[in-house]
Design a protein around this ligand. Structure first.
Ligand code: NAP
Length: 259
């Protein structure tokens, strides 16, 4: 399918690896020029080079912490006027509710709620002026089914989801859509570190921990960054202009919300 976005320009934050990279690759495959970002310059440039070589699109990379005001400003300067924004950042650590103090909450809200809001506020006005834009926020399955050990993530993602619910309806008249993509378990570095945590906590091997987690998913496997990216690119496509303010769950059926 021709997504109809060839020649457009996208900013994908936190995109040297994992789900952000999956989104960047799928947009590049649709002919979209990219601004990529991550903190580690080496992995970021390697990803940028691989995407240039494979898809022949323009790729600018900005090594910076997207959750930090100075880093965000450097990324926004390089991005200029973009048609598509995919927001992403690393997720907060797991723990017990008693582990966290105010500063921990401020950090999580900064990374996974206030950073995407700042990016939306910076870039959506230009999209509205030009009459076309797409925003996809990478959030989490925890929005629909809060994960007990991810209290910080549950809190920050719920806040962003609330903001998007109202804002997406306010900007839709101007040709701009904002939607959220909710990953369940996907095969990325983040999943590996969560598998390690389960294996250490339960005193089982890494493989046993992974198999145990796979068994909780009706599809009996983890999702891939490629299929996640393909959904993201579709939400950014010309065909998705009537999809507004949705929370699209990609979890292999793990969350049973069908009734
Ligand atoms: P990942 O494989 O660990 O990749 C994270 C990417 O983000 C890397 O490119 C990393 O590069 C970059 N990054 C992290 N923090 C950043 C920051 N402050 N500024 C700029 N770049 C940053 O993670 P993932 O699995 O793709 O997860 C992406 C998001 O989805 C996370 O918020 C995660 O909580 C959420 N999620 C993932 C899953 C899953 O199963 N994978 C499930 C639910 C939710 P640097 O480290 O070099 O900065």
């Amino acid at each position: 399918m021709d997504l109809g976005i060839s020649g457009k320009r996208a900013l994908v934050t936190a995109s040297s690896k994992g789900l952000g990279r999956g989104c960047a690759e799928a947009l590049a495959a649709a002919g979209v020029d990219l601004v990529l970002n991550a903190r580690g310059a080496e992995a970021l440039e390697a990803t940028a080079e691989a995407i240039r070589a494979e898809h022949g699109v323009e790729v600018t990379s900005v090594a910076a912490d997207i959750t930090d005001a100075a880093g965000r400003s450097a990324v926004l300067d390089a991005a200029g006027d973009v048609d598509i924004l995919v927001t992403n950042a690393g997720g907060p650590p797991p723990g017990m509710w008693t582990d966290w103090e105010r500063d921990d909450f401020v950090q999580a809200l900064d990374a996974n709620m206030l950073t995407p809001i700042a990016l939306i506020k910076a870039l959506v006005p230009g999209m509205m002026e030009r009459g076309w834009g797409r925003v996809v926020n990478i959030t989490s399955v925890s929005v629909k089914a809060p994960v007990p050990v991810l209290g910080l993530s549950n809190a920050a993602r719920a806040g962003l989801t609330g903001f998007v619910a109202g804002t997406s309806r306010q900007v839709a008249p101007h040709g701009v859509t904002i939607n959220n993509l909710l990953p369940g378990i996907h095969a990325t570095d983040r999943a590996v570190s969560l598998d390690k945590g389960v294996s250490e906590q339960a005193g089982i091997t890494f493989e046993e921990a992974k198999t145990q987690r796979e068994q909780t998913i009706p599809a009996r496997r983890y999702g891939t960054p490629e299929e996640f990216g393909a959904t993201c690119a579709f939400l950014c496509s010309q065909h998705a202009g009537f999809i507004v303010g949705q929370n699209v769950l990609l979890d292999g059926g793990a969350t049973n919300l069908s009734m």
